[in-house]
Design a protein around this ligand. Structure first.
Ligand code: PPE
Length: 328
C-alpha cells in the first residue's frame, strides 16, 4: 500500500510507521473492532471533499453500539481529526479508514477493562476492482459460502471479525479466477458482493435486496438508489432469487472502495457489456462523487486545502536528540 506521513491515533497525529499495537491487542485475537470505508475526492465545486462523511461516522457509531464498544471521541472530533489528517498529509483525494477496536489490557471474551482505541488512517487507493472493471465490467461467481446470518452475527454492523465471511467468499472466487463473489443468504436469496451491494436490472426495472436483508446497508447503495430514482428509474427493494442473476439484463455493484462497477459475467452467464441504464447511473454517480453536479453537492463535506506539510510536533526523543546535540 501507499504510505503517507501521519495517522491519527487516540487523539494524536503519529508518524505512519509508529502507529503500532501490542500483540495482545484484544481486536487482533477476537476481531472486536468496527470500521468504516470512506472516500475523499478532489471535487470541482468544493475542493477536497469527503463523500457523505456524516453518514459514515453515524454508521461507525451504530456499529460500535451494536458490539458494545464505547467510543471515547465524539463523531465531531473524529470527523474534524479526519479532515486535519487529510490536510496535513498533503492529500486532495484518498481512501479513509476509521477503526475503533478493543485494545491491549485484558484478554478473554468479556474484556470490559481493555481500552477502546480509535484510529483514522488515510492513503491513496485506486479503484478496488480495477479501473478496467469499472469501464468494461467484472466477472463474478456465486459463492459456496453463505452470507453470515443475523441469527449469529450482525450483518448491519461493519465489524472487523465479520469480514472473515467476506474473505472466505472473496478468496474462493479469486482462486477460481473470478473478480468478485456474490453471496446468498441462508435461504438462498441474493445478498451482496464480498464488499459491495448489488443491483439487478430486468426489463427496465431495477431491484436490490431490502435493507433488512443480511446485507451491509451501504451508503453508496443509498446514494445510487436516489440517483436512479432521480433519473426516472424506480428501485424496488425485494428478495432476489439466484436464477434472476442469470436472467438479468444488467447487474452492477456499489461500494465506497469499488464505487459503481458493472458486472459482465455471472457464473459464466454472459450479461454483455455494461448496459445503458448502468452507464447512465454510473456516470451520474461519478459526477456526484466528484462534485460535478449541483443536485448532490450536499453530500460533499469540504476538507480544505492541503497544508503541504504534515506540521507535526517533534516527538519527545527527537527533541531530546536536538537538545543533546546542542552544547549549552
Ligand atoms: N457490503 C459490504 C460487505 C461491504 O463491506 C461494503 C463496503 C458495502 C456493502 C458497501 O457499503 P458502502 O461503502 O457504505 O457503500 N466495503 C468497504 C470495505 C472494503 C474493503 O475491502 O476494505 C468499502 O467499500 O470501503
Amino acid at each position: 500500500m501507499e504510505k503517507v506521513e501521519l495517522i491519527w491515533k487516540n487523539g494524536e497525529f503519529v508518524p505512519w510507521d509508529e502507529a503500532n499495537v501490542h500483540v495482545l491487542t484484544h481486536g487482533l485475537h477476537y476481531g472486536t473492532g468496527v470500521f468504516e470505508g470512506v472516500r475523499c475526492y478532489d471535487t470541482e465545486a468544493k475542493g477536497p471533499a469527503i463523500f457523505r462523511h456524516r453518514d459514515h461516522l453515524e454508521r461507525l457509531a451504530n456499529s460500535a453500539e451494536l458490539y458494545y464498544l464505547p467510543l471515547e471521541y465524539s463523531l465531531e472530533e473524529i470527523g474534524e481529526a479526519t479532515k486535519e489528517l487529510i490536510r496535513r498529509n498533503g492529500l486532495r483525494s484518498c481512501y479513509i479508514r476509521p477503526l475503533a477496536f478493543r485494545g491491549y489490557g485484558e484478554m478473554g471474551l468479556y474484556a470490559k477493562s481493555a481500552p477502546v482505541d480509535v484510529i483514522v488512517a488515510v492513503w491513496p487507493w485506486g479503484a478496488y476492482l480495477g479501473e478496467e472493471g469499472k469501464q468494461k465490467g467484472i466477472r463474478a461467481k456465486v459463492s459456496s459460502w453463505r452470507r453470515m446470518s443475523p441469527a449469529g452475527l450482525i450483518p448491519h454492523a461493519k465489524a472487523s471479525g465479520q469480514y472473515l465471511n467476506s474473505i472466505l467468499a472473496k478468496t474462493e472466487s479469486a482462486n477460481a479466477g473470478y473478480d468478485e463473489a456474490v453471496l446468498l443468504d441462508e435461504r438462498g436469496f441474493v445478498c451482496e458482493g464480498s464488499g459491495e451491494n448489488i443491483f439487478l436490472i430486468t426489463d427496465g426495472q431495477i431491484v436490490t435486496p431490502p435493507h433488512v436483508a443480511s446485507i451491509l446497508d451501504g451508503i453508496s447503495r443509498k446514494s445510487v438508489m436516489q440517483i436512479a430514482e432521480d433519473l426516472g428509474y424506480p428501485v424496488a427493494e425485494r428478495d432476489i432469487a439466484r436464477a434472476e442473476l442469470y436472467m438479468a439484463d444488467e447487474i452492477f455493484l456499489t461500494g465506497t472502495a469499488a464505487e459503481l462497477v458493472p458486472m459482465r459475467e455471472i457464473d459464466d452467464h454472459e450479461l454483455g457489456g455494461p448496459g445503458e441504464i448502468t452507464r447512465a447511473i454510473q456516470s451520474k454517480y461519478e459526477d456526484a462523487l466528484h462534485g460535478r453536479t449541483e443536485e448532490y453537492l450536499e453530500w460533499l463535506d469540504p476538507v480544505g486545502e492541503p497544508t503541504g506539510e504534515p506540521l507535526r510536533k517533534p516527538l519527545p526523543d527527537e527533541v531530546e536528540a536536538e537538545e543533546v546535540g546542542e552544547p549549552s
